[in-house]
Structure formats: C-alpha cells, structure tokens
Design a protein around this ligand. Sequence first.
Ligand SMILES: [Zn+2]
Length: 849
Amino acid sequence: MPGTNLTRDEAQTRARLLGVDSYTVELDLTTSETTFDSTTTIAFTCTQPGAETFADLVGATIHELTLNGRRLDPAEVYADNRIRLTDLQDVNELVVRAACPYSRTGEGLHRFVDPADDRVYTYTQFEVPDARRVYATFEQPDLKSVFHFHVTAPEGWAVVSNAPTPEPRPLGDGKALWEFPATERMSTYITALIAGEYHAEFATYRGKHGEIPLGHYCRQSLVEHMDTDELVKMTCQGFEFFEDAFGYPYPFHKYDQLYVPEYNMGAMENAGAVTLRDEYLPRSRQDAAFYEFRCSVILHEMAHMWFGDLVTMKWWDDLWLNESFAEWACYHAAVEATEFDESWTGFTNARKNWALRQDQLPSTHPIAADNYDLQAVEVNFDGITYAKGASVLKQLVAWVGLDNFLVGLRAYFGKHAFGNSEFSDLLSALEKSSGRELDSWAKEWLQTSGVNTLTPQFEIGEDGSYTSFSVLQTAVVEHPTLRRHRIGIGLYDDVNGRLVRRTNVEVDVEGESTAIEELVGVRQPDLLLLNDGDLTYAKIRLDERSLATLVGGLSRLDDSLARALCWGAAWDMTRDAEMRATDFVALVLGNIAVETDAFGSSRIPGYAAQAANNFSDPATRAELRAAWEQGVRRLLDEAEPGSDHQLTFTRSFASAAHTGEALDDLEGLLDGSLVIEGLSIDTDLRWTLLSGLARAGRADDERIAEELRRDNTISGQERAAAARAARPTAEAKAEAWEIAVVRDDVPNETQRSVVLSFMQHGQDELLAPYVEKYLEVAETLWERKGTQRASTALEFLFPRPLASRELLDRVSTWLQDSAANPAAKRYVHEGAADVERYLAGQAKDAGER
Ligand SMILES: [Zn+2]
C-alpha cells in the first residue's frame, strides 16, 4: 500500500517541520463488535507557516476532519492512509473523527472473545507503525508528545493505558468513561490501551527512589494459572537492579504487566503498560527453560522502560540497538539479580544459535541496518536485531569493561531523558567513560555482515607442550570482514573422569592469525576451547584431539557455559557439513541426559531431530531416524521421575515417533495403559501426544474434536487446528492450506499454529504439490495478508522436508524470475539456503560412512 511505507527522509522532513504538544485520543469501544470510534485531537507547532505535511491513519472511515477550525473533505485529503495537511500555522490543531476496524491479526487494536466464557478482551500492539491503526498520528518515534486517553467502554471492564487508571465515570446504558491523566512525553509506538473483562491483581514495589504501583492482568479463564507472587518477585528484583545499574529512577508512574491472548510476539514495552503473550501463564507443567525464558522477557521489557521508552531512537535505524540492549540487559540482570544466575549459558544454547543461523543466510545484513523506510524495518527485524546484536554488545562490554560501560550508560540516560538519540550518542558516552576509541570498533562489528570462524593452529613438541600457538580467523567470501575479538582460551584436562579447566587466558585476537605467546611451552590439554566464557560472537572450531574428547564425553565437562560452547561448535560443524549428522545424533543421545542447563536440555534434542531429518544421508535416513526415536525412548525411560528431562524427552519422543511400536507408546500414554513413573499427562502434553499420532495418521477428525471437547479453550482450538494440519491426507492439507494462506477470518495465532504444523517429515508425496502452490502464493502474499500473516506463512510453509537438488533448482529459477515483494522473497531465499545446507550435510553424512 503506497503511503503506509513511510520513508526515513519523509520522517526527517516532518520532524524538522513539526513539534507535537499533545494528543487527546478519545476511543469508544461500545459502538460495534467490528469497529470502534476514534477521535484524535493533535496540538502541534510548525516552524514554517504555510508549509504542508501529513498525518497517518490506516484503514479508517473518517467522519469529520478539521485543521485549525477549517473543515477538510476526507474525500479530498485522505488517501493512501495519509491525511494531507496544508497551510499550517505556527500553532495548529488537527481533529479527526473516525471509525476504525478492530484487528484479528494482533496489529492495531486486537479484539478477542474467549471461547471458554465468551468474555471480551482487547489490547493494542503498535510497534513498529501501527498506532495509526487506532488514532491519527505523526507515526515516527522522534515526534514525542504527551497523550490524554479518554476511553468509553462497558462498565465493569478493566481499562489500562500508559498513565495510571482513573476512576471511571458512569455514562448510563452500562457504559463508563475513563479519562486518563496526561502521560509523560513519549513516542506513539509505546502508547497502549488494554481494555476488557480482565482480572487484575495489585502489589507495590518499594525501592530507594520511592514506590511503584504494580498491576498484573490476565483473562478470567486464566486466573488460576497466574502465579502472581512469582511474577511480582521477579518484577521487584528487576526494578531494584535496574534503578541501581542505570542510576535513574523508573520514569513512569506505575507498572502494569498484562498477559493477553493471540499475541504475536513475546511481549511489548508499552510505557508502564507492558503486554505479554498469555501462554506465559502456564496451564500445564513446564520445564525450567520456560520459567527462565519468561524471566528474561519480563526483564527485557523492563529494561526498555529506560532504553527505548525514556530515551528513544530517532528513527528505526537504531532498532537493533533498542533490542540488543534490552537483550543484553535482561541476561545481565537475570544473572546478577535473580535465581537464573547461569542465564548466559541459556543465551548461548538458544539465542546465539538463532543469531548464527540468521547471520549465515543470504538475507543477512549488518546489525545496524540501513532502514530507509518502514518496509526495510520489517525485513530487517530478526535474529540479527536481537540475538547477534546482544552477543556483540556483550563483546563491547568485554571490550570497554563492565564498570565503564555502566558509567557511560548513566551519563547517556541523564543527558537524553524523555528525548531521542542516535547510536553515536551512546558511543560517545562510552568513549568518554572507557577512554577507548570506538568508531572503528562500531564499523567492523555493526556495519558489516557475517560471522568469523576462529580455529586453533599449533605445533606440539616432544614433551607434549605447544611449541607454537595461533588463533586463525576466517570469513566467508561474501562477507570478508575480519574483526577484533577479545576472547578467553580455556584448557581443560581429564581429572578422574571429569573435564576440569586448568587455565584460561584472555587475549585480543586480530586479523588472519594471532600468535598466542602465553600458550607456548604449555602442555596440550585434552580439550582446548576458544572463546571460553563466550565473550565474543564467532564460530569456533575444535582441534582433532579436543573433538575426540568432546565426542567421548561432553557431559564430563563441569562448566555449563563451556558445555554450551561445545554443543554450539558441534551443531555449527554439522550445519557446515564438517560433522556427520549421524555423529551429532550420537553425541546428543550420549550426553544430553546429564545436561543441567535448562535451555541446553530443552533445545539440543531439537537440533538432533533436525540432524536426523534434514542433514542425514537419505540412503540411511530411516536407520538414523529409528535410532533417534529409540534413543529418545530410552532416555525417557531412564530420566528421573518427575524431572524436566523426563518432560523434554517425552515431547521429543512424541515428535520423533514414527514406527508402529513408538506410536503404540503414544497411544498408551494418552489412554493411560502406559504409565511412566513421575510423568503426568496433563492438558498440553495430551495435545503433544495426540499431534504425534495425527501426524502419523492415527488421529482422525473425530478424535481431535473429542480432545477439543475436553479442552475448549483458545489454546485447545489452536492445538486442534495444528493437529488437523499435521494429518497425512490430501483433504487435511487442503483444509490447512485454506486456513494458512487463503481465509481472512482466521485469527493470527490459529493461523500460526496451522502454518507451523503443515510441513511434516515422511509426507513427501502429499506435500509435493505444495512446492508450486507455495511459490504461487509467495508472489502476492505480502500485499494480500500484511506483514504478520505473510511472514509467518512464508517462513514456515517453505517445503524444507522435500529438500533436493530439484527443489533448489526450481526455487532458484523462481527467485530470478519473480517480481514478488522483497520482504516475501527474503523468506524464499532463506528456505533455499537451508536446503543447500541440508544437501551438503547429506553428502557429508554419506561420504564418510
Ligand atoms: Zn524489545
């Protein structure tokens, strides 16, 4: 849609021209189930009287429009989602009275009716540019303003926004009016409204800068699952840590956290009114990784209150910094202030692998991407933005030192509070605090793409000591930048059957080869680990002896972070066709049972499943898949009753099960004829088991409907839709395809569940026609379905299970010929890159057998 794709140039021009004093946003949520009334009054100034500009408003029906008392004709001035404003004065007032549609995609004002009890819930989601779906805006982060929200809603609703919730004024007819006090100055994208029949619980944080009222909200049907005490505890730990570390009191008047349905992301940092997906309130047993991740999300959003909300990027060029900082800060805070004191290990086991994968795709981009318009922002908002950025910030902290980093940060908050800034502002604050020149650092790390590989190179003397030792650094041809890295090098020896760190040297590595004099004359260890401590962002390689040590017993390594680096190196080598899929599966089966890191034990089995399904030699794949299935079944039997490992292995087994015997076991677990001590088959686990059966053709429509009757909730509906989509029949696939890419009335999270479940291994014949169908919809899906639905569908419906040379050729031709939106093509490109890796991995797996 032209007009919606605001460019950076347009935003800069508008920012030079305008200053915004206030918005008054009057919303009436009682008019209809499909639309709401929205009246916006914007008071703003203009530096060039007589000039013209535009306001943004998407998809609205405008009833009335006045600028400085002058009536404007919407038919004349409202087009392409912009309102043209001419003949501006020094001081202006724009009034827009409109009706806007509720969203079913989680973008704008999303409306949800809970199937459990028919109660109504709404919430907004605005980042990146969607406040303009709810009220008329100047939709760019550097036109900050105060906001007055006036909301008419049914009496008895909970109504929450950025400012503290006022007492509602009854209007009669079962309606009431909430007139919120003015907010602090903020950007449109962090304003929010959450309104509905929410349940609320309140607490107070008492800290050194005074009290912060805390609210926790969820749907009525989830009340029993909201572990408020635990959530309050983490929230208070976070505030105590951040207020101290950032040297600046929490900048808003209260802090509400609202757990909302059908949420697209993890959470959103609306100032003082954070929204989070309500799957974080667990209705079934979850493992420790779930709780650790939830804690990181809570801390991530809280860090944004300072970095993002108090001090905000001028334009989306610095979106990476916003997200990377919140990522770095949440792991740092988790380690320093909560029970999750090994969170950096979890980061390495989960997030970092996401970054590495993303960074090696053809769609990779510099961390500091050139976001010249909103579409570029959408394309560049990914694992590079979050996970690679956070890894690189971690390296920056190592480079300048933590204390200097915090000193610089405090100066930055003090200087730019309630304003906007650019990365260079932070960089100069850090240069001042650390005395280190950072411009060239920023260039090599932030303005270039790709990941370096670090490899040890050495010679050993007769006495078994290093006579020379260097760290080699390489880069791929497309992204040749070599970088400066501060790294640890760990030397581990076998001591009574355990691998124990003998020593660790910290060194700066630069260029193609860096001699490490400290290691000359030092006895070669059983395991030599580059990047020990995980200070830098790089792939690491193990020498022959170290690899043998690792394969012989990675679990003998006591340090969880060192293990995470080894798991990561092995997975990297598998993805790079340097380690056989068969060996990786064996490594996981042999060592995962004693992995203590929550993310390690929950994520690594997923990598092994990928190795068995995608990277294995097709000629022997059946054997490897069977070995994986039976190995996981054994792990399940041997797991401690009631442990997280037992839960993880049950889930892994359900997704690995494909032989008759294993499927019988799934049936047995479901109907109670197979009992595993300590394993309770609760609601979510029932769906996991049933999905395994559905995939294999052992759960028909009626069986799925029967399960849905036991669990008639929105989660139940989503799980049922996923189970149906997994079934190996042409009808099931056709129906799922309709839901995924054709129908418009399917809510975002249901569509997502179907999309994730569509492509299954072992269904090649059924899926074959969907190669052409996929490429056909990819031509226009972005325009037809919008960012949210299109990106989900294009990413996960790529026919990866059909990986072959033929598929690759077909997709390559399409990529050359197609005129599809670049954002859409990106996902096709990524799918093709995965296939290319699978084929190389398959050759590796075959070649050395
Ligand atoms: Zn964030």
